[in-house]
Design a protein around this ligand. Structure first.
Ligand code: LMR
Length: 337
C-alpha cells in the first residue's frame, strides 16, 4: 500500500517535471518556444513600440526557435494579475512600471520618489550605474529576474481644475499606481490617493470616482484619451515613470544557452532604441493633446516648481531607510552629468 502510494507520487513528480521542461525551455517537437509578453499600454507608446520591436527582431533572428506573442492594452492581464501569471509561468515577459514592484523589492521604490531625477538622461545614468544594476537584481528571491530598464517619461498631473500650486490639489481624489511612495506624496498634498488599475482610470475620471491623477506620462495620457475627461494638465515633471523588463528567473535559466544569449543581445538593442526614442514619443503625445484642444496645459515657473518640490519631497526622508540612503544619494548624484 505504502509502496503503491510512493509509486504514484513518483509518477506524478516525473509528469510534472516533464511538463515543466517541455513547456519551458525545449521545443522538443520542433515548435518554437513561445514567450508571452503581456502589458497594459497602447502600441504607440514607448513600451508598446518596444514590445513590437522585440517581437520583430526575435522573429528575424530566432524565428525557428522562439516566438514572442505580445498582448498589449491589458488584453491578457492587468499589471497585478500579470505579475501573478509571471510567477506561475503563464506569461514569460512583463515590463511593469516600477511603481508596481514595491511588494517584491524595497529598493525599487526609489523610482517613485518625487523630484529625484531632473530628466531622463539622469535616469539613464543611474540605471546604468551600480545602484541601478543592484535594483535590477533585487527581486531574484521572488524568482523575478530584471533584464533591462525601459524609459517612458516624466510624470505630469491632470485634473478637472487647474493645479498650479500644491494647495490646488487639496481634498481631490487622485489616482495613483499601487505604490506606497506615490500614495504618500498625495497625502503630503492633503489630497486623497486612490490606487486604481491603469485600464480603469478613464472610466474613473469620467464617472468622478477620481478627480484626477497624480502623475503619468504624456504618451499614456494621450493614448488612454484622458484628455477627453480632464480639462487641465500640469507640466509638473514630478517624478519618473520607468519600466523594468522582467522574466521568471527559472524559465529564463532553463532556456538553451545559445537562445538565451541571443535574446540578451536582442534585448540590449531594443532597450537602446526604446530609451533613445521615449522622450520624442512623449513630446509628440504632448503636442497631440494640444492639437486636440479642450485641455489647458499649465507650465510652472521656477517658484511654483519650488513649491511642489517642498510639498512632496518630505517623502524622500520618510522612505529613506526602506529604500537605502546610499541608493538615494547615487540617484541624486546622477543629476550632475
Ligand atoms: C500606470 O498604471 O499608470 C502605468 O504603470 C501604466 C504603464 O505601464 O505605463
Amino acid at each position: 500500500m505504502r509502496q503503491s502510494r510512493l509509486f504514484h507520487a513518483l509518477i506524478a513528480i516525473s509528469c510534472a517535471l516533464a511538463f515543466t521542461v517541455s513547456s519551458h525551455a525545449f521545443a522538443a517537437d520542433g515548435q518554437p518556444i513561445v514567450i508571452k509578453f503581456s502589458h497594459v499600454v497602447a502600441n504607440d507608446t514607448p513600451k508598446g513600440e518596444g514590445a513590437q520591436l522585440l517581437q520583430k527582431m526575435v522573429k528575424e533572428r530566432l524565428g525557428d526557435k522562439v516566438k514572442i506573442e505580445v498582448y498589449p492594452n491589458s488584453s491578457l492581464y492587468d499589471d497585478t494579475k500579470g505579475l501573478n501569471a509571471l510567477l506561475t509561468g503563464d506569461v514569460q515577459l512583463l515590463a511593469p512600471s516600477m511603481a508596481k514592484l514595491g511588494q517584491y523589492s524595497k529598493s525599487v521604490q526609489l523610482f517613485d520618489l518625487p523630484f529625484l531625477f531632473d530628466d531622463l538622461d539622469a535616469v539613464t545614468r543611474f540605471e546604468q550605474g551600480d545602484g541601478g544594476q543592484k535594483i535590477l537584481q533585487s527581486m531574484e528571491g521572488h524568482n523575478i529576474l530584471g533584464l533591462a530598464y525601459w524609459h517612458n517619461g516624466m510624470r505630469q498631473f491632470t485634473a478637472n481644475q487647474p493645479l498650479v500650486v500644491p494647495r490646488d490639489a487639496r481634498g481631490l481624489k487622485l489616482r495613483v499606481e499601487p505604490s506606497n511612495v506615490l500614495a504618500a506624496q498625495v497625502n503630503e498634498l492633503h489630497a486623497i490617493p486612490r490606487k486604481m488599475a491603469f485600464g480603469e482610470v478613464y472610466q474613473g475620471m469620467q464617472t468622478g470616482v477620481v478627480d484626477g491623477q497624480a502623475g503619468n506620462t504624456w504618451s499614456n495620457i494621450y493614448s488612454q484619451k484622458w484628455n477627453e475627461v480632464q480639462s487641465d494638465m500640469t507640466e509638473s515633471n514630478s517624478g519618473v515613470l520607468d519600466y523594468m523588463l522582467i522574466t521568471n528567473a527559472k524559465f529564463w535559466n532553463s532556456l538553451p544557452d545559445d537562445v538565451r544569449s541571443e535574446l540578451d543581445d536582442i534585448i540590449a538593442e531594443v532597450t537602446k532604441t526604446v530609451n533613445d526614442k521615449a522622450g520624442e514619443l512623449n513630446e509628440q503625445a504632448k503636442q497631440q493633446i494640444i492639437d486636440a484642444g479642450g485641455t489647458e496645459i499649465h507650465e510652472l515657473d521656477a517658484d511654483q516648481v519650488k513649491e511642489w518640490r517642498e510639498a512632496m519631497t518630505p517623502v524622500i526622508e520618510q522612505f529613506s531607510d526602506e529604500i537605502g540612503p546610499d541608493l538615494i544619494k547615487a540617484a541624486q548624484q546622477s543629476n550632475k552629468s
